[in-house]
Each structure stands twice: as C-alpha cells, then as structure tokens.
Write a protein of this length. Structure first.
Length: 283
C-alpha cells in the first residue's frame, strides 16, 4: 500500500497512545532515514527502536536472538536487495511487519507480494510515516496468532486452536504461575517459592530459575508467541492484552466462562489451590 499515491490522512498522536510501542528495527544506509525515525520514535508513542543496521545480515542475526515486531527497510540499499532481505527477515521472524522505503515505485509490486504493510516514497513526511506505522500496527494485530490459555481443569496453551506440547514441564509451570498472577510482576524469589518450594533459595536454584525462564522464552518463540512473556531483569509477567483466558473471563463474570467452570483449576499445581479457594463463589 503506497503512502505517496495521493492519499493523505490525518493521524493524531492519541491514536497510538492506547497500545504498547512496536519494537522496531531500522535497516538503511541512508543516514537521513535513520535520523528521521530516531526523532520520530522519540516524539511519538507508537514505536520503540530496538536496533539500527546499515546492512541486512546484521539485522537477520539480531532477530535470531531478539524480538521485533516491525522492520523499516530501504529497498534500494547497498548489498542485498531489500525485497530479498524482507524474505530473510520473515524466515527468522515470521510475524514481523515490513515497511519499505523507496525512491520510486519500481519495487512496489514486490513489496505487495511480500504483504508489506506499507511503503514510503522519498521524500516522505511525518504524516505519511504516521499513516504507515498505524497501518503496520493494524496489520500486526490482524495477523497475530490467536492464543487461548485454559486454566479450568488442567493448564494448557492453544495457538490457533492447537495445544503447545511443552518439552519442559517447569517452563510450562512458570507460564501457568504468570498467567495466574493476571499480568502482575513476579520476582525470582516468588517463582522459586512456588515452583521449587522444597529447595533453598540459593545460587543453584536461582540459576535453575533463570534457565527455566530462558527455556520458556525459547519454547514460546518456536510457536511464534514469544511476545506473551515480558522479562525485565529479575521481574517477569505476561502480556494479558494478546491472549484470552478462561480465568480472566470468569473473573469478569462472562456467562460462558461461568458455565464452563465446574470447580477445577490448574489441578497439576499445588500453588493454584489458593486461587481455587477464591473461585468457589462462582460455582
């Protein structure tokens, strides 16, 4: 979808303020483009720049170990063609949204074939960038995996209707604990107390906790839903905006959830008994 094709839409800042910033990488050897989006990110509430790359393979390597939701890339940069680079980025991070920067519309068809959210023709304005980023945000939400987390009975996570077969039972339990906390932060001490109640809170157990968190992140990444987990040093939480959960629906007193709840909650985890006691009023 072109931005410099006669369409002009007024995008206000407050349209972005209700959602979290999109983690964004910039791939361009044009310093003016980079400076433009660095200023844009500082002024707006819509994107957070996670990395800037002059060449494409550095961006590909970055995505192998880091998360990003949006890539803004120059289609005519030196080295690898921008369209081919878009394919590489998608191979590493299938859900990443693309915005192409180009000097003419020569590559617009290739961008469309890659399902790019938008393209910007140089020189572009802040209003055009606003429209492109807003389009990318809507595209990302529309194509995001549908995640449903089941807590009634036994704990399970479904992605597009298919349950995740977790290899690590402790990683799955960690996610269950975070879901139980409804998006609230949980620190290392609290995790150890719940998941390893019979072990001392020593260096070995703390390392085990850290390894379990990394394993969980990797397993979620393999299913394309790593953004569900938010880690900030020793604090962890889940992003409750991007999944549905029978527990949350029950707490909001949704009729269907009340009908489905028959008195069992995360039966495999002893720490869930406290929550179960509070849910008895819904029976």
């Amino acid at each position: 979808m072109g931005i410099a094709d006669g369409q002009r839409k007024r995008i206000h800042k407050n349209q972005f303020e209700n959602g979290e910033k999109m983690k964004t990488i910039i791939i361009s050897d044009d310093r003016n483009d980079v400076l433009f989006f660095e200023r844009y990110a500082a002024e707006m509430e819509s994107i957070e720049i996670a990395g800037v790359f002059l060449e494409g393979m550095g961006a590909v390597s970055f995505l192998e170990n880091h998360d990003a939701e949006l890539a803004i890339l120059d289609v005519q940069k030196k080295g690898i063609n921008g369209v081919a680079l878009g394919q590489l980025l998608r191979s590493v991070c299938p859900e990443i949204v693309l915005i192409y920067i180009m000097e003419d519309e020569e590559y617009s068809m290739e961008a469309a074939m890659l399902h790019a959210a938008a393209y910007l023709l140089k020189p572009f304005t802040k209003m055009e960038a606003d429209y492109a980023v807003q389009t990318a945000r809507l595209y990302f939400k529309r194509h995001r995996h549908k995640i449903f987390i089941k807590t009634f009975g036994y704990f399970d996570v479904f992605v597009d209707g298919t349950p995740i077969m977790f290899r690590s039972g402790k990683a799955k339990e960690l996610l269950a604990l975070l879901v139980d906390r409804q998006g609230g932060t949980v620190n290392t001490e609290q995790i150890i107390c719940a998941l390893w109640e019979d072990r001392p809170n020593d260096e070995a157990t703390q390392n085990l906790c850290s390894k379990t968190a990394k394993t969980l992140k990797q397993e979620l990444k393999e299913h394309g839903i790593e953004e569900i987990l938010i880690v900030n040093r020793s604090m962890k939480r889940v992003n409750t905006d991007i999944f549905t959960c029978d527990l949350y629906e029950l707490l909001k007193e949704e009729a269907l959830a009340k009908k489905q709840f028959v008195g069992d909650y995360m039966l495999e985890y002893s720490w869930a008994e406290e929550r179960m006691a509070g849910l008895s009023k819904y029976l």
